[in-house]
Design a protein around this ligand. Structure first.
Ligand code: PMT
Length: 447
């Protein structure tokens, strides 16, 4: 079967995504709304109203600066719950301790988030109730910054935002426009309706892979030569991170095991950073139990130096020979494990792409392989790519497009093949069961 990148692939993905529709994604959801000090704090009252209208339970936590702008009574009236502000409020703590409150939340939303709060969140401070809750929660955190445009543009704020984004904190805005101080620029709190629209998907992941665990490897590995040098490759992690995001978007619980890259963690994805092939393999082994689908996007080094020198190697001769040894083939090892997940591999080839990819599909016992032609300015560290996807019964060419779009199309194919394999397995066991029953009945009749 030969297919092109036609409506088939796109509709597969659309069909997967279509199942995300959820009319009341916020019904009954527990949202902890942090309000920090800033003129935009008055908009949070409208935000509470909208969240409640959508059926959410809202617990407002105000910083002491926020109380200078809006009174807790407003929030209490709108949310129907006493507002929390003080880490040392014995009565409130007796009703629900702050750790309990951190666990209660299904989402922590801080709106408005001041520059000061972003800085404290980035550096893990826990000197008031809201920052302590953020540190103690396992729920996703979304922040809607609001501040003067120069404060937003300041290098300190930029680096705090970068740090938070890399840790998976979701930035909602800010918007650009007129500011309360009379200036114009980025730093306006998003409108409450926009904030509500952006947090809805965080609260109700849905899709064909809901309840399925997917392990994705991404990025390069670094194999140590000495304390300051290593053998590596040009993988940026972009393809693997895009795949982690699109698999998450169809409901999967995604664990992303990544070599050294500089990309932010996709929202809702759990990320484990590693450096070498052996570290990646150890993390994969730890995370493997319960995995339904394994996706090997990482450009894992095939060879590593036989030994890593303890001291920096000195420049004492004209030439230097490095003795290399094979690394563990992670993909093949996982494929040989029991129970075996649905196996997706990649093939990076400079020539005879289809031939080598098909050989890898069989040799590594994969269910599906995505092959790309690599070379100067091709595939590695690029924003765009093209893929040839092969499985035992089929073949699809995905022509050049962004890695995000390719990831979505590939996700559609993975979902399609994975579900088909499961259905075939179920049909097989139903047939087996039926013939076992028949044999038992015939045996009983004969005796
Ligand atoms: O990260 P980007 O800059 O976005 O680039 C994306 C990419 C080019 C790295 C990606 O699209 C890709 O091709 N990844 C696989 C790279 C690779 O190592 O290919 P390979 O043909 O050498 O390996 C085949 C498969 O075996 C891969 O799934 C690889 O993850 C796996 N492998 C290889 C060696 C090893 N020791 N363990 C493995 O699991």
């Amino acid at each position: 079967m030969v297919q092109g990148y036609d409506g088939g692939v796109r509709s597969t993905y659309r069909a997967c995504m279509g199942q995300k529709t959820d009319n009341q994604p916020m019904q009954g959801k527990r949202i902890l709304l942090g309000v920090t000090g800033g003129i935009a704090a008055y908009k949070s009252a409208e935000l509470v109203r909208r969240l409640i209208e959508h059926g959410a339970q809202v617990q407002v936590v105000m910083t002491s600066a926020a109380r200078e702008f809006v009174t807790p009574t407003t929030f209490q009236a709108l949310s129907g719950r006493p507002v929390r502000s003080d880490l040392w409020d014995a009565a409130a703590e007796a009703a629900m301790g702050h750790i309990e409150l951190a666990r209660w939340a299904e989402l922590v939303l801080v709106a408005p988030a001041s520059a000061d709060f972003l800085a404290r969140l980035a550096h893990g401070l826990a000197d008031d109730l809201l920052s302590t809750l953020c540190l103690a929660t396992e729920a996703p955190i979304a922040v809607a910054p609001a501040m003067n445009q120069l404060m937003w543009r300041n290098a300190a704020t930029r680096s705090n935002v970068e740090l938070l984004t890399a840790r998976g904190v979701r930035m909602l805005g800010p918007g650009v426009g007129d500011q309360a101080c009379g200036e114009f620029g980025p730093g306006r709190l998003l409108e409450p309706a926009d904030i509500v629209a952006q947090i809805a998907p965080l609260l109700s992941p849905a899709g064909p892979l809901i309840g399925r665990r997917v392990l994705v490897t991404a990025g390069p590995t670094r194999e140590c030569i000495d304390p300051v040098r290593f053998v590596s490759n040009r993988s940026s992690g972009k393809m693997g991170f895009a795949l982690a995001q699109s698999l998450r978007d169809v409901g999967a619980e995604v664990v992303l095991i990544s070599g050294p890259v500089t990309l932010p963690t996709p929202l809702g994805v759990r990320r484990i950073d590693v450096e070498s092939c052996e570290q990646m393999y150890a993390a994969v082994q730890r995370e493997l139990p319960g995995t339904a689908i394994f996706v090997g996007t990482a450009a894992v080094a095939d060879y590593r130096p036989l030994a890593c020198a303890e001291q920096k190697i000195k420049k004492t001769s004209e030439t230097l020979a490095l003795e290399l040894t094979r690394t563990t083939d992670i993909l093949s090892q996982v494929s040989a494990s029991t129970p075996r997940p649905f196996m997706v591999g990649f093939a990076a080839e400079t020539n005879s792409v289809e031939h080598y990819a098909r050989t890898k599909l069989l040799a590594k016992n994969l269910d599906l392989i995505a092959a790309n032609e690599v070379g100067h300015s091709k595939a590695f560290d690029c924003d765009d790519n093209s893929l040839l996807v092969l499985w035992r019964g089929g073949r699809v060419e995905l022509p050049v497009s962004s890695k995000r779009e390719l990831a979505q199309a590939l996700t559609g194919l993975i979902v399609e093949q994975y579900l088909e394999q499961n259905a075939a397995r179920e049909r097989g066991s139903a047939r087996e069961l039926a013939s076992e029953e028949l044999a038992t009945r015939e045996g009983a009749r004969a005796s």
